[in-house]
Write a protein that binds this ligand. Structure first.
Ligand SMILES: Cc1cc2nc3c(=O)[nH]c(=O)nc-3n(C[C@H](O)[C@H](O)[C@H](O)COP(=O)(O)OP(=O)(O)OC[C@H]3O[C@@H](n4cnc5c(N)ncnc54)[C@H](O)[C@@H]3O)c2cc1C
Length: 378
């Protein structure tokens, strides 16, 4: 068996791609994206409710727990279209939390929390800490067992869409070993939550102070599956990040080409100049590579478990590295091609560039994944 992911598409993937493209195009015009930047929550509650009603949170949740029983393969086209139209909602954070519970939750946690998520409830994960180490086991938060439950201490960062979440997965060390806790987010006091200012204005990220938080024993997830669960979350996050950036790269190129075909300078359309044409072609080639690697990663994603071969990991890291490159380059060129436009903030090109910078900072940038790939492939 080749160590690289096979490329292919499933029928369900194609159906979801069509539905998601239409939904995101209709629900997320750039005027709405811009308007939501100014709100606290950062997303449209009605659109989020519709996403729940469409069953997109249930796609990769097993049928036993109210889900559709498909896999991350089928979640990818939905995330790709959300990235393309910059439709922000707690979809990414919720999918990560759901996958954490699928992989490492107890039976009771699956019955309670997965069923709620499949029904449309938001969730999130609190795994990163100051410095944003991409190794999810490199944490210093602790949980001390007491008579009344586990007393947590430490601080989490980059907890996405925490304000919306009803379930939260938190990592902390118990007796030196990393453990995961799954709890109702409404048990967290408001004063423990602080919104973070991040480069991507469209997304919402929070710091969470754990000091003094006591969680019941029942919040502890399956201790025997922590490593496997963290590896799974890492790959899911990178797969979804790659999908979001691939969609955004497509949008950036479309948006830039439209401008090159309408803006005139020196009596000519600026798109007729080779200095703009050639980098645009380069950007498009990078995007095509990104999409091919994304769908290869999506198609072989389920191969990671239970065979535990490395195909899924290799394909996912390749997709994330390439999508980072593709979006970064396309958005960077877009900013420069819009030169003389006016204030940079008024130009949507900066939104794509900020998305590239933020997504690269989450769960690994191109350089990080290439280093990991060298160890896996060479
Ligand atoms: C010929 C020409 C004329 C131009 N005329 C104008 C003009 O009249 N008015 C105008 O507004 N622009 C103009 N520009 C565009 C302006 O030069 C670019 O928008 C600016 O250079 C963007 O910075 P950058 O290239 O370093 O992009 P990047 O580093 O890719 O940054 C892109 C955006 O991301 C954000 N960003 C990047 N890094 C950080 C960070 N570490 N922390 C926080 N935010 C960050 C900033 O908002 C930035 O605008 C012109 C460009 C050209 C080529």
């Amino acid at each position: 068996m080749s160590q690289f992911g096979d490329i292919g598409v499933t029928e369900a993937q194609l159906d979801l791609l069509t539905a998601a493209e239409r939904f995101c195009r209709e629900q997320s015009p750039m005027s709405s994206v811009r308007a939501l930047i100014e709100t606290d929550l950062g997303y449209d509650a009605d659109v989020w409710a519709e996403i729940g009603a469409l069953g997109w949170l249930a796609i990769a949740v097993p049928e036993d727990f109210g889900g559709v029983g498909l896999s991350m393969t089928e979640v990818v086209p939905v995330m790709e279209q959300m990235g393309r139209y910059m439709l922000h909602s707690p979809f990414f954070a919720t999918t990560l939390a759901a996958q954490a519970i699928v992989m490492g939750g107890t039976q009771a946690q699956k019955e309670t929390h997965l069923a709620a998520i499949a029904g449309g409830a938001a969730a999130t994960v609190a795994l990163s800490e100051a410095g944003g180490n991409w190794d999810l086991t490199a944490i210093s938060s602790t949980a001390l067992m007491t008579d009344s439950g586990y007393r947590l201490s430490g601080e989490k960062t980059f907890v996405q869409d925490l304000e919306a979440a009803r379930t939260i997965i938190i990592s902390a060390k118990v007796d030196g070993a990393v453990q995961l806790f799954c709890l109702d987010a409404d048990t967290i006091p408001a004063k423990a939550i602080r919104r973070e200012r991040i480069i991507d204005d469209i997304k919402r990220s929070y710091a969470l102070t754990l000091d003094g938080l006591v969680v019941p024993d029942t919040a502890l997830m399956d201790g025997g599956k922590v490593t496997q669960t963290l590896e799974h979350i890492h790959l899911v996050a990178n797969l979804l990040g790659a999908a979001e950036m691939t969609g955004a790269a497509q949008a950036t190129i479309d948006y830039t080409v439209d401008y090159l075909k309408t803006r005139k300078q020196f009596g000519k359309l600026i798109g007729s100049f080779q200095a703009l044409k050639h980098p645009t072609v380069d950007a498009y080639i990078d995007y095509e590579k990104s999409r091919s690697l994304l769908y290869a990663a999506a198609f072989s994603f389920g191969d990671q478990w239970p065979q535990n071969d490395k195909r899924s990991e290799i394909a996912t890291r390749m997709a994330k590295a390439q999508s980072d490159k593709a979006l970064s380059y396309a958005a960077d060129r877009s900013i420069q091609f819009h030169g003389g436009f006016g204030f940079t903030y008024d130009c949507d090109a900066q939104l794509y560039r900020r998305r590239a910078i933020f997504n690269a900072s989450q769960y690994g940038d191109a350089h990080y994944h290439k280093k990991k790939l060298a160890q896996l492939i060479l």
